[in-house]
Design a protein around this ligand. Sequence first.
Ligand code: SF4
Length: 459
Amino acid sequence: MKTIDTAFECETGSYHTFCPISCVAWLYQKIEDSFFLVIGTKTRGYFLQNALGVTIFAEPRYAMAELEEADISAQLNDREESKEICIQIRRDRNPSVIIWIGTCTTEIIKMDLEGMASKLEREIGIPIIVARANGSDYAFTQGEDTALAAMVHRCPVIDMAISKNEVCMGDCDNSYKSKDQSQIKTYKLETHNLVLFGSLPSNVASQPNSEPKHQNICVTGWLPSHRYAELPSLGEGIYVCGVNPFLSRTATILMRRRKCRLIGAPFPIGPDGTRAWMERICDVLGMKPKGLKEKEEQIWKNLSKYIKIIGGKSVFSMGDNLLEISLARFSVRCGMIVYEIGIPYLDKRYQAAELSLLKTTCEVMNIPMPRIVEKPDNYNQVQRMHELEPDLAFTGMAHANPLEARGIDTKWSVEFTFAQIHGFANAADVLESVTRPLMRNPGSIPSWKNLSKQEPLHC
Ligand code: SF4
């Protein structure tokens, strides 16, 4: 095993990742009455068409407002053009909310999207939310962060005077239920107002929902909700906790603008992360965690067949989706050696609990702390891989096949974004997908001589 420096580094930012507008792919499915309008030039159309594959044939609730020469040179009236498109969307789809996704082009030509949206929504009678999910400022999953941060402003204000007279019943179905004072027996809302933020598919969301329920904590709302009208109420008495590591902007806005109290916890990825996440919530809310240790142990037992395969193997994570720290921590706990964690952007405060769990996990497993490289340089990373010779690389599609061709097993990192990786129950799925490439080429340690400094081909 090679030893590496434990350090945070920052490179040139020359790395491959998805454009953050790709967040429409999962957000339009999550918010059932929404419509996403991406405003930009043809490039984004091509990207969406390619990245979202067959969904484009299923009349999805997203579209492109394609800017032309005349829009960019201000010969057309942006507001009139946008109004026409939004009226057409209202007529054809009747959504409860239209979400405008700003792109690099709207940034560069300085389109006043917020100004236009606030006037238009009054004129056409549908809320219009603006998310600047452009690739100049953000990477891949951060697109969701910009959309959720914009949505925070539309969440209703909680009236604590009313909620004191309401009680969350034992069957905890995420709704407030008013009861007489005499019927208040379980717990009062003002001590357990917990709103979770982060978009998870409904079947996965039911797990982070049910874990707090087992601990007698009621999740009173989710951001985003299934429907625009069901956005959670926010205010001073509300505790908020993230389920994804890429939502630092949303967390900041929840604290600063809506005065919510952020529970800084590791993320519920892997059984260790899920337990730590839940324990932290219990700790902040003054509850004693019940049965989490046993549950975690049981899950580890069930994972033993995967751990036999990956234990002792080394992995190099190139970095493109901001899930890297949590996945590295889970991998280390499974006995893997993580050489490097590339990550597009690291908010050390929002990820503080996750970083500290990673450190503790490395100590417990007696494995050196990986080097963490923010804004990595893919070329340099390939050179480092050449020296470190990892067994597996978590990488984007741009590098996966070239690395495979040189005999390196790879796992497409984009799959972690779309697969179900949260909660106790999905830990096996994560390991299933990590072990698959290793099983495909058992024992393949590559010949590295072709990886770098190649001679040009002479035909
Ligand atoms: S990164 Fe910018 S230029 Fe590229 S597709 Fe996304 S919005 Fe357009």
